[in-house]
Design a protein around this ligand. Structure first.
Ligand code: NAD
Ligand code: IPM
Ligand code: MN
Length: 351
């Protein structure tokens, strides 16, 4: 049987509560579909930061390099500044391993009562393709005169032809394999240098994908349309920051940000890809055992797909659809009273 080496990074808060359910689900599927997973766990977290002064060891990236995939819970916790925790772990992994595509699918499942009127179950099925290595998340900039009246902070957004083109090609290809529609999130009416460049590259790449019907929407108007008419979207491609915001918005339209999964992909497979829920460590509910594990479990399905087990991945998404359609067991974010463990047990029963 094929064995896959998986790095597990539970991280902080509910990150450490949603990874064990994902692992339980994975182990059931390995037995059924004839593959095995061997795990290496890393205690890289804010707790480690407070103890040892760093989120991960100096050779942390090297320790992950030979893995087939990385499964991460969430990192960041009060007590450690977010820029220290995220730039000490999550961002370096995405960048070192050239995970330039952040794939964030979302669906409104049968049985979900969306807070949004137009989000009818079965009709909303969207993938946000988020650029994951450059754009607004750049290291170019600085802060001067800290604490003085003339204090200044500057952040440069960096868009490269190569970096934008490769994520657009990924998004157009995905759209051609799905519903054939692509929307580019942009803001060329306000952000005068980078966004017209992004738009120009979309137009250029679109010529190679005549089978895809595409349009572009300003991010502000797009945010409104996501709420008013979510069913009209198929693939949405966006810069790093816009994609970040749109993916939480889309998840909320689908009922809860606790559901949404993410795949940080290195499409060339030169390096391991990383799978993690879209949500963070949720300090407000951490330690209570009530987090929704669906985002982590769906992320595990995306990992299996990436590792070459699409049938096993489908078993997971089918079980997610069926627990929501056929039972009223829900965690609190979806209006229920089930604990993480109760919900996971039921899901495994349906698997
Ligand atoms: P968050 O996603 O942690 O929480 C936002 C809200 O959603 C909270 O009310 C939380 O209780 C709720 N929520 C999130 N996930 C849930 C789940 N699975 N089940 C039920 N409810 C859930 O976002 P935040 O509060 O902005 O961030 C908290 C910390 O997490 C910060 O340090 C942030 O930087 C970090 N963060 C990390 C990641 C990551 O590791 N990829 C992602 C986002 C935020
Ligand atoms: C996400 C998170 C991260 C991001 C933060 C925590 C740096 O919000 O994965 O969506 O912005 O990429
Ligand atoms: Mn986010």
């Amino acid at each position: 049987t094929t064995n896959h080496r998986i790095a597990l990074i539970p991280g902080d808060g509910i990150g450490a509560e949603v990874l064990p359910p994902a692992r339980q689900v994975l182990d059931v599927l390995g037995r059924r579909h004839g593959f095995s997973l061997s795990y290496t766990s890393y205690d890289w977290s804010c707790e480690r930061y407070l103890r040892e002064g760093a989120m991960m060891p100096a050779d942390g990236i090297d320790q992950l390099r030979d893995k087939d995939a990385i499964l991460l819970g969430a990192v960041g916790y009060p007590g450690v500044p977010d820029h220290e925790s995220l730039w000490g772990l999550l961002i370096p992994i995405r960048r070192s391993f050239r995970q330039y595509v952040n794939l964030r699918p979302i669906r409104v499942f049968e049985g979900i009562d969306s807070p949004v009127r137009g989000a009818r179950p079965g009709e909303v099925d969207v993938v946000v393709v988020r650029e994951n290595m450059e754009g607004e998340y750049s290291e170019v900039g600085g802060r001067l005169n800290r604490g003085f009246p003339d204090e200044i902070a500057v952040q440069e957004a960096v868009f490269t032809r190569a970096g934008v083109t490769r994520v657009l090609d990924y998004a157009f290809t995905l759209a051609s394999q799905r519903g054939g529609r692509l929307t580019s999130a942009t803001k060329s009416n306000g952000i005068v240098h980078t966004m017209p460049f992004w738009d120009q590259l979309v137009t250029e790449r679109a010529a190679s994908f005549p089978q895809v019907a595409w349009d572009q929407e300003h991010i502000d108007a797009l945010a409104a349309k996501f709420v008013l008419e979510p069913a009209r979207f198929d693939v949405v491609v966006a810069s790093n920051l816009f994609g970040d915001i749109l993916s939480d918005l889309a998840a909320a339209v689908a009922g809860s940000i606790g559901i949404a999964p993410a795949a940080n992909l290195n499409p060339e497979r030169d390096f391991p890809s990383m799978f993690e829920p879209v949500h963070g460590s949720a300090p407000d509910i951490a330690g209570q055992g009530i987090a929704n594990p669906l985002g982590a479990i769906w992320s595990a399905a995306m990992m299996l797909d990436h590792l070459g087990h699409p049938a096993a991945a489908r078993d997971i998404t089918d079980a997610i659809a069926s627990i929501l359609a056929k039972t009223d067991i829900r965690t609190r974010d979806l209006g229920g009273t089930a604990t993480t463990a109760e919900f996971t047990d039921k899901l495994i029963e349906l698997l």
